[in-house]
Design a protein around this ligand. Structure first.
Ligand code: NAP
Ligand code: ZN
Length: 363
């Protein structure tokens, strides 16, 4: 009988997923991957994870740690091993050289350069391959990567802070601060898990946000200012690129002259048109798997209409702000019957002191 039972395969896959999560916010355009190696007696002899794009793959670290102990052992890895020469050599060849007997995988790699051929290569050489162990958890962990590979666009989270009566600003535009410090601290952590944070020009003019994770993640996400007019304040805090990258995205017909008086250091992204979907295609080319939209209602509704939002993160504060003309999170979506409205799924609620966080999926 094999010394590693199916139950313990799940146990070790949980450990591999935990290791994978250590790379969160740093591996794009690559996925999160974690790996463990068990020797032939089923004892843990190696662990590894993909720490950032360009760094060794998870399997490499785990197999290097295991050394000769890998002979006749088992590799447990959250994603199918690669079989192509990318920035690093193919992991399948290292696995074959290591003397492993079995490879256990949670998820097939949808990257067209791999997509089953990594597993095929291993089976061809007589390695026993087990797939689908904790597949759903692994897919959830890598949902941004999977979404970007299947659609060509980063996974989009739309975040807003609002009062219990659904207002995101007072009638005079004031929105600081609706939510409490604990909620805002959580938003900083959320920024640390994504590759880019997007706001429109209006939010820069009104709120002058910093948009960083406050050092919770290195590197910081790219701060993206999406503007049609480029009529932006030249002294906004977001132009300080000593703390994080800043990218100004604008349609190609807008003259760049207005940016001449800006401090140096920001990047420019000229788009074929001023559409959220074009912005996302541009950000995917800049290696983004995930983006956080922290914009106001007009841009939010456009992003929703164009399928750019997959998930919501709503911070709700027990306050009544009132005002028929006060801003609400999303502008007109054009629905005329309740059968057309967007239905949310998989929602969860969490308390941050007296604030509530509601997360939901749009898919
Ligand atoms: N409570 C919250 O969570 C929260 C979060 C964010 C903002 N806010 C509030 O929301 C208000 C700003 O709202 P907003 O809707 O103006 O948000 P926004 O985030 O500034 O988005 C609108 C801006 O996006 C740019 N844009 C780029 N492409 C566009 C397109 N195709 N169509 C329309 N706009 C496009 C435009 O910038 P240009 O004008 O530069 O061309 C436009 O003014 C502020 O009062 C702010 O305090 C609240
Ligand atoms: Zn690899």
């Amino acid at each position: 009988m094999d010394s590693v039972s199916d139950k313990s395969l799940e146990y070790w896959m949980h450990r591999a997923l935990q290791l994978a999560s250590l790379g969160e916010g740093r591996t794009s355009p690559n996925p999160l991957v974690g790996a463990v190696v068990l020797n032939k007696r089923g004892n843990l002899v190696g662990e590894g994870f993909h720490a950032r794009a360009g760094a060794p793959h998870a399997e490499v670290g785990a197999l290097e740690q295991a050394g000769k102990e890998a002979i006749d052992g088992t590799l447990i890895v959250t994603l199918e091993p690669c079989c192509h020469h990318g920035r690093t050599p193919p992991c399948t060849e290292m696995i074959l050289a290591s003397g492993l007997k079995r490879v256990v995988v949670a998820l097939e790699d949808p990257d067209p350069r791999v997509s089953g051929s990594g597993l095929h290569r291993l089976m061809q050489e007589g390695i026993e391959v087990v797939t689908g162990v904790l597949q759903e958890l692994a897919a959830e962990q890598n949902k941004s990567f999977l979404h970007r590979v299947s659609t060509g666009r980063p996974w989009g989270i739309l975040k807003w802070g609002m009062s219990f009566d659904g207002r995101t600003a007072l009638t005079n535009g004031v929105s600081k601060w609706i939510t409490n410090e604990t909620s805002r601290d959580w938003v900083h952590s959320l920024r640390g898990t994504v590759d880019a944070v997007i706001v429109g020009g209006g939010t820069v003019r009104t709120d002058d946000p910093l948009l960083t994770s406050r050092g919770k993640s290195t590197p910081e996400p790219i701060r993206v200012v999406f503007s049609r007019s480029l009529e932006l304040p030249s002294n906004a805090r977001v132009w300080d690129t000593s703390i994080a990258r800043t990218l100004i995205a604008f349609p190609k017909e807008t003259s760049e002259d207005l940016l001449e008086s800006f401090p140096e250091g920001f990047e420019k992204l000229s788009l074929p048109s001023c559409e959220p979907i074009q912005l996302l295609l541009g950000l995917a080319k800049k290696d983004c798997n995930s983006v956080l939209w922290e914009c106001g209602p007009r841009l939010a509704s456009l992003a929703i209409k164009q399928g750019c939002i997959q998930e919501l993160a709503i911070m709700m504060s027990p306050k009544l702000m009132g005002g028929v003309l006060a801003a609400t999170p999303i502008a007109e979506l054009g629905f005329t019957s309740m059968s057309e409205v967007i239905k949310l799924s998989r929602y969860e609620l969490k308390a941050f002191d007296d604030d509530l966080l509601l997360r939901a999926t749009l898919l």
